[in-house]
Design a binder for this molecule. Structure first.
Ligand SMILES: [Fe+2]
Ligand SMILES: [Fe+2]
Length: 354
């Protein structure tokens, strides 16, 4: 439109200059158009996963921290605060009998717990692991590009923690469902214990192996809450932002696991491999104390809450749930060739993961 309108003689320029100006504007228009189409494509199409292509190569135009302004929950919250299909205790008859208000409180507390779990995971485990990778302070070699990209992940994870804490603040304000007891997650106690190892090399390996496991798992929350139309749209959008970033991280940490494994000696593999199985179980096992807290928040006394949680899990096949939740990581271990290592295979089998 702009170029077309300049074909008139309205500028009073000699023909040569006018044609040159039109040509330059045409080129500029084509460049801008091509750039905008490329940005639109990068924002909607998954990146190719070629062996030489970094999963974070397009981070500037794909990451939530670069693309999405802070989202807030509205003053009136439509829908549920969390997906009831992912909170087994709300299906227990004693909870269902108490009606929708108790269900809403339990789901709200579930969201608060998820948010604090996210912040602990990101800030206390993944950001420290990425910092060590970014500064090259790890007991294995990684390419410079891979080190620099760990710092992009550190930025993402800090933003995820910020969004989670903002969501908890907003939810408390608009729904009056308070966070209540926010217990330290089991993975953090186990990680802190591992960080007491006298050998610095193994302190680092424990942290990196935990990061590889937790970042290659794709939790049901990230994959399912955004799809559940019964959940509040803003909450779904915040979790969907996080899920898109984690898809990039999944590929990065799958690659990192391959890099680490290829450099380990036989003796080191005997420690590192079984450790992966341990982290999967620690990370995915249900936290029954926290679930009882949600019910206490909904008006149950503590003894009843504990009974309801225990009865809920007795009715479930927890091993089958662990197996299905751990699939994304198990698939990567198999691809890397870790299944060829007997002590690791035995540890995965003993944990009921394969
Ligand atoms: Fe994250
Ligand atoms: Fe991540």
């Amino acid at each position: 439109m702009l170029v077309t309108s300049l074909t008139s003689d309205s500028f009073g320029l000699p023909k040569f200059y006018r044609d040159l100006l039109i040509e330059m504007l045409g080129q500029l228009h084509r460049l801008v158009d091509a750039h905008l189409r490329r940005v639109a494509m990068l924002q909607t199409v998954p990146p190719p996963n070629g062996a030489n292509r970094s999963p974070l190569a397009d981070w500037d135009v794909r990451s939530s921290v670069r693309l999405v302004p802070t989202r807030h929950l509205p003053p009136v919250l439509e829908g549920l605060p969390f997906s009831e299909h992912l909170v087994s205790v709300v299906g227990h008859p004693d909870v269902a009998r108490r009606g929708d208000e108790v269900k809403y409180i339990v789901l709200g507390k579930r969201l608060h717990s998820y948010n604090r779990f996210t912040s602990n995971l990101e800030l206390r485990a993944i950001v420290p692991a990425c910092t060590d990778l970014g500064l090259g302070q790890v007991p294995f070699s990684i390419a410079e590009d891979m080190a620099l990209e760990a710092l992009k992940i550190a930025v993402d994870e800090t933003n995820h923690a910020r969004c989670a804490e903002q969501m908890t603040s907003d939810l408390t304000r608009v729904s009056r469902v308070r966070p209540g007891v926010l217990r330290e997650p089991a993975f953090l106690s186990a990680l802190n214990a591992a960080q007491q190892h006298p050998d610095r090399k193994w302190r680092s390996m424990y942290l990196q192996s935990f990061a590889c496991v937790s970042e290659t798992l794709i939790t049901g929350i990230l994959s399912k809450v955004p799809q559940d139309e019964a959940v509040n749209p803003e909450i779904r959008a915040i979790i969907a932002d996080h899920a898109r970033d984690e898809a990039m991280h999944h590929t990065y940490f799958s690659n990192l696991m391959r890099v680490i494994w290829s450099q380990l000696s036989g003796t080191e593999k005997d420690i590192f491999g079984p450790m992966l199985a341990k982290w999967i179980v620690t990370f995915l096992s249900p936290d029954r104390l926290t679930e009882a807290d949600w019910l206490v928040g909904g008006g149950f006394d503590y003894a009843d809450a504990t009974r309801v949680v225990n009865e809920t899990y007795e009715a479930l096949d927890v091993s089958a749930l662990l197996r299905s939740s751990s699939r994304p990581t198990i698939i990567q271990l198999k691809k890397i060739g870790i299944f060829d290592h007997s002590p690791t295979l035995d540890a995965l089998g003993a944990a009921g993961l394969i």
